[in-house]
Write a protein that binds this ligand. Sequence first.
Ligand code: MTE
Length: 322
Amino acid sequence: MSLRDALRVPAAEITDEPVYRDRRRLLAALAAVPGLGLAGCGKAAPPPPSKVVVTPEQARSGFRTSEPLTRYEDVTTYNNFYEFGTGKGDPSRADFTLRLKPWSVAVGGHCAKPGVLALDDLLKGVTPEERIYRLRCVEGWSMVIPWLGVPLADVLKRFQPTSKAKYVAFTTLNDPKQMPGQRYPALEWPYREGLRIDEAMHPLAFLVTGLYGKPLPQQNGAPLRLVVPWKYGFKGIKSIVAITFVESMPFTSWNDAQSSEYGFFSNVNPNVDHPRWSQKTERRIAGTQSKLFAERIPTRMFNGYAEQVAGLYAGMNLRKWF
Ligand code: MTE
């Protein structure tokens, strides 16, 4: 059996809508998956729930939105993952070359308890959650995605960052055999990203291991990626192998590629245009068979999460620190 076949999820195992909407059963199922599941394929799709039930408390916290979900097949076939090609369809068409087991993450830098941990151990004891977040790409398209994962802060705190840990740096796997796109100099490999420590500790910052109740497909950043919903999508680094507490603002791949276009903070901001296009509006991936994009909608400050995160940037000039 090829690896591709081994990773294919049989139709009978795909969570159907009533089960998917039953949060308690979903979480119980998740708890039974070691390391929250390490392999996904994602060709077949469960139907998106027609109506997501969101409590007022979840909405206030920003943890869930009742906006229509982007279809599973669009979330998993319209991707940016340059390690598997620069076209939107390249990552989902690529062979399954990532070796997901064993997968370990090196956590180090300014912390009391550094270590190299198997993914299962990294996530041990942290309760998995589902979060429904908007994803706004710097390119001007957006999606609404039900992610599975754990709060980033819950994982980071266990390593006991010291007072010198002002930022957190994240690194993607660096292996052209597993990530064939790294044979080409599209970016300075490995892909790297970073957050200020208070951003990383914010309850909305999320370490993701799955979507739509299933393990994360390779094209979406298996087995572990970052999701920071108030920032442009490129901050959401995929296939993470290292997390490092650092004292100064770390190197980030897109800032390195074009610093005048991609700032370190990259907060979604309709008032600060990209030098080559407006950021005032966005095209939601529509979720219909005939049309990929819906009509343009206004982009919201911090991608609609201002109530939760504006305080992180009080007094900061967001034009300078874009
Ligand atoms: N992480 C790595 N390692 N390589 C990438 O090319 N692309 C980023 C981000 N994370 C990227 C990455 C960009 S530009 C976006 S918009 C999101 O992943 C896209 O995530 P998605 O494909 O799951 O929608």
